[in-house]
Ligand binder design. Structure first.
Ligand SMILES: CC(C)(COP(=O)(O)OP(=O)(O)OC[C@H]1O[C@@H](n2cnc3c(N)ncnc32)[C@H](O)[C@@H]1OP(=O)(O)O)[C@@H](O)C(=O)NCCC(=O)NCCS
Length: 172
């Protein structure tokens, strides 16, 4: 499927659902194919699909995992949904799937008391910034940005960019 064809196809072909442990390996593979995301162990994705299925989502197209978001409600901030990783397969980008998955998570019962969304982005990730600023616009709310993890915190020689904290909200 080329990106051009993907744009022409409606997102109705795509099913958004909570992940199952059987999705763990496919999710790990999608992350591997989605630089600049950090690739965590397959075990970490199995745990997300098992313990955090309620706050994670997979996008499935004809039995293939083409999108994934991991997230959770930070224990000390129950009004905040923290988005960890977002990946959309290269073939399915540019047709609003990233934003659809974010809205899907905010519409789940688990998010009923959520009024803010937080995430971290690197300064150079234009696609990620575009997706989150589009969501803030859609929710008719503000987006603020402040430093969270400085590149030096990833350890010497890690060649990791800074991670800026984006905060979107309040929304209802
Ligand atoms: C970031 C990513 C998830 C976006 O997925 P997507 O489904 O293509 O995003 P959407 O179609 O929902 O895009 C939403 C907005 O971002 C904008 N956008 C998307 N790609 C962009 C790019 N490369 N540059 C600038 N803006 C971009 C879109 O124009 C759209 O804006 P709009 O709402 O004003 O129209 C996808 O590019 C990806 O998986 N990238 C690799 C992994 C990554 O960087 N993940 C994010 C880090 S958490």
């Amino acid at each position: 499927m080329s990106n051009e064809n993907a744009k022409a196809q409606p997102n109705e072909d795509i099913v958004l659902r909570a992940p199952r442990v059987e999705d763990g390996a496919a999710v790990a593979e999608l992350i591997r194919q989605s630089p600049p995301l950090d690739v965590n162990s397959t075990y970490a994705y199995l745990l997300l699909c098992h313990h955090f299925a309620g706050t994670c989502v997979v996008a499935e197209l004809e039995g293939r995992v083409v999108g994934f978001i991991s997230g959770y409600l930070p224990p000390e901030q129950p009004e905040t949904f923290f988005v960890w990783q977002v990946a959309v397969h290269a073939d399915a980008r540019g047709r609003g799937l990233g934003q659809s998955m974010l809205r899907h998570l905010l519409q789940r019962p688990v998010s009923r008391h959520v009024h803010f969304l937080e995430t971290t982005v690197s300064p150079s990730n234009a696609a990620s910034r575009g997706m989150f600023s589009g969501l803030a616009k859609d929710l008719e709310t503000d987006m603020s940005e402040q430093p969270l993890f400085d590149h030096t915190m990833f350890g010497e020689g890690a060649a990791h960019e800074d991670e800026m904290l984006l905060k979107i909200g309040p929304f209802h």
